[in-house]
Ligand binder design. Structure first.
Ligand code: GUN
Length: 280
């Protein structure tokens, strides 16, 4: 049976440490989340972000807009937040409606307040091998979790399934920066199992792609970024936990693995941005 990579336990430890740190900061970090439309999953994520921020002494506000909001209104809101010295972290919850130009919206966020690290400026720094103001939260959380369990990345073959801007692409780059050999697979990849079977560390962030035990080599480390409700209403990920956990060396559960680490990393990012504010 694989060792469970316990994201919940590590999240709680990180949040405890952060709470102590925030209490002695010279000022209060403030997160503003822009939430558009009424996607049920997004609402849960956004409320969770606010709840955990407030738990550790960070001010948090959710600014809600209807699905029909215009590009101009969102850009104006971001400009106001960029210029508000009390606001130290800005997050635009994704996905945005189809009629919104997402890249233009993300580009408008001041890099020093870009808590997701999604602006082209910050992703450009990451892909240049430099330090961005913030690293995307899910990849940061995954690396932190692997480090906690002393899982070596140097020279390892990491296979990432999924090429999103939120997880797959930045994670691949962060793994490269840690000297892993990285393969990124996606919906057009042929013979996926032939590639996943060569992974020392397999990260599935494809959304619903089922990773079965015959797709991994034994003693592989398996990280499951997927989360959805099955027909029985049970939360599950991309990986068949029951079978894969029998042959993997380590595995993240769903829930309780990557999700809590994303929250912890977001909080770390908020504090990092606050500590760096005014330095540039
Ligand atoms: N939607 C799904 N994951 C994320 C995330 O990490 N940040 C934002 N802003 N939106 C998301």
């Amino acid at each position: 049976m694989a060792i469970i990579l316990d994201g919940k336990k590590l999240r709680d430890k990180i949040l405890d440490d952060l709470k102590n740190k925030v209490a002695v900061l010279a000022g209060t970090p403030k997160l503003v989340v822009i939430s558009v439309g009424d996607d049920a999953a997004s609402k849960i994520y956004v409320n969770n972000k606010k709840k955990y921020a407030e738990k550790i002494g960070i001010a948090a506000e959710i600014v809600e807009y209807p699905q029909s909001v215009s590009q101009e209104v969102l850009l104006k809101e971001i400009a106001i937040l960029n210029n508000d010295p009390k606001v130290t972290a800005i997050l635009v919850q994704l996905p945005l409606p189809e009629h919104i130009d997402k890249l233009e919206i993300l580009t408008a966020i001041a890099p020093g307040k870009d808590v997701d690290g999604f602006t082209p400026y910050n992703s450009g720094l990451l892909f240049s091998g430099a330090k961005p103001y913030a690293y995307p939260a899910t990849p940061r959380g995954i690396l932190r979790l692997l480090d906690e369990y002393n899982i070596e990345l140097d020279g390892k073959h990491v296979v990432v399934v999924g090429r999103s801007n939120i997880v797959g692409k930045p994670l691949a780059q962060m793994m490269l920066n840690r000297n892993a050999t990285v393969t990124v697979c996606h919906s057009h990849t042929k013979n996926l199992a032939d590639i996943t079977k060569t992974a020392d560390i397999l990260v599935s962030a494809a959304g619903g792609k089922i990773i079965e035990d015959n797709m991994i080599k034994s003693n592989c480390v398996v990280v499951d970024v997927g989360i959805f409700r099955d027909e029985q209403g049970k939360l599950r990920g991309d990986v068949n936990f029951e079978t894969v956990s029998k042959i993997a060396s380590h595995i993240t559960p769903v829930p309780g693995g990557v999700g809590p680490m994303t929250i912890a990393s977001l909080m770390l990012n908020i504090v990092d941005l606050f500590e760096n504010s005014g330095k540039s």
